[in-house]
Design a protein around this ligand. Sequence first.
Ligand code: FAD
Length: 624
Amino acid sequence: MNNPSGFDYIVVGSGAGGGTLAARLAEAGRRVLLLEAGGDPHLLSGTNDDQPGVNRLPADYDVPAFHGFASENDAMRWDFFVRHYADQAMQVRDPKYVREYRGELVDGILYPRAGTLGGCTAHNAMILVYPHNADWDGIAELTGDRSWTAEAMREYFIRLENCEYRKVERILARFGPNPSRHGWNGWLHSEISVPPAALGDFDLVQTLLHSAGEAFAELGNPLGSLIGLAEAKGDPNDWRLVAENAVGVRYTPLTTRQHHRMGARERALETAQNYPERLHIELDALVTRVILDGEHRASGVEYLKGARLYRAHGQPATGPGVAMQAMATGEVILCGGAFNTPQLLMLSGIGPRDVLEPLGIPVRIELPGVGKNLQDRYEVGVVNRMNFDRWEILNGATFGRGDPQYREWAAGREGVYASNGAVLAAILKSRPERPLPDLFCFALLGLFGGYFPGYSSLEVTKPNYLTWAILKAHTRNRAGEVRLRSADPQDTPLIDFRYFEEGSDSAGEDLDSVVAGIRFARRLTKELRERGLIAAEEQPGEALQSDAELKDFVRTHAWGHHASCTCPIGPREAGGVLGSDFRVHGAQRLRVVDASVFPRIPGFFIASAVYMIAEKAADVILAG
Ligand SMILES: Cc1cc2nc3c(=O)[nH]c(=O)nc-3n(C[C@H](O)[C@H](O)[C@H](O)COP(=O)(O)OP(=O)(O)OC[C@H]3O[C@@H](n4cnc5c(N)ncnc54)[C@H](O)[C@@H]3O)c2cc1C
């Protein structure tokens, strides 16, 4: 096997950050090597068994409703088992806690990641929700770099998006006016697909909307005439609503193209097809170290060639792979995500001395902030069992390739499988005095109470549930950390989120806000309960009513899936790892472009922000 050579840039990781960046650099005429530890979900071999949890690619990848199965598909899953608490007694109180998994002691809570072409855009729920303007203005203020202002950053969204769901605005924009400031010609298609309105014998959406006004008002979020889902009012990405930090009822746009998953994988593959001489995608390439010269200049990387080499893989290989090297005349850009990029920096001798030295890794650049500042949402589910056997639209559904719903999707990209299961969403402030809306609540047809091995099969076995998923944005806790477990690059790192009282939110605002979200969701389903349509609230459960009881539920059940901020932009002396131009402090020709770059976790859903920073990074890198 020959070492690849002749590249201007090496990009490590092909997720929302890396896939987007590599494509844009190649389009601009640069020769780019994209190294990805995983394989291509469309080419990974597996059985044709139709049991969820067994390899059913490419359907698990392609079909929006199968996103849960994608996250548990053995051919592409990377399972991290993380700590929510350093305190073992707290950790084990979570019913999702796993001690042993597949014969190994894991002692943690499952945190799914995708080790595959496209990264987590290959298994995510595809929700595209724009961040808050304050997220960008905050970075501009922190760094003094005006190119980060919200006004400037919107241009990257316009550049990357191809909005399909605002039909009238799309036509008007051809003639000039574009008040929604959507993008219409970008590479990332956005669509909406709400499960068909006939959700049984009653109209679920209308019933929930009836309760919306009072539910918002009870939390001090008066909506006035804003109740409803008319085009602009319901669109969380419409610039006018974003600029106002508006609260209200929303639908959830998805990153699909003709109701088929799309993300960084399609972007990278299509660009490589258009410019085969410029973008080379090397799969099954686990990068193990950045090669730094005596001046701390990154000149290339070492990697192991072979399938499934990372131990988080659903079917880990037993061998070590083949040691390889790749060199670049320009730069090395790390895009391995919030867990893997800090791991890779530390393996390369860049990080906190107290982590590196005990593992025998020579310190090349002492950067105490690497791996610190880990942030996430807090999420919980208000899980209701309905008073019927299954949602009417799920009649006959096996969530396999032989059922009527699959045939409907395959024939015309229609029906319930074109959606990710989300029916309706709400954006609100948990308290009127919060500076920004901080809760995103969305109703899902299904039972979802967080991640544990086998969680996705609940979709099949429990077709009569309605879950309100509650996401707390802008969490105040910044005390999480990624540390090396060992100096072995095939090992996963140690990940500890230090939830709630263990973290840095001493005022307990995060906990209060999640409890407010539970009360809001309960208020929205009150009418369904009164009409006898809900048999029981299974989580938190009707027995839990007081603040103290609900807080305890949240402490023991919350989870997250937007891990970020572990290599933050910011001054070195304040724990920052990167400059505002994505360069690693103290190094040359080395940058980071993925979910780890944010100083504070942005918005409600993070993929939009990661795609945007990748587009920005391409400009910054091309400008020199
Ligand atoms: C189950 C789930 C559902 C989600 N749903 C949504 C959603 O609906 N909307 C939303 O906005 N966000 C969602 N997210 C989050 C979002 O998809 C991720 O935060 C986002 O993709 C992160 O982008 P990234 O570029 O930082 O990393 P990733 O997309 O994770 O990409 C990192 C890539 O780097 C590769 N890699 C890592 N280490 C190495 C190495 N050493 N060598 C080579 N390659 C390496 C990995 O294989 C991976 O392909 C979800 C996340 C999960 C887990």
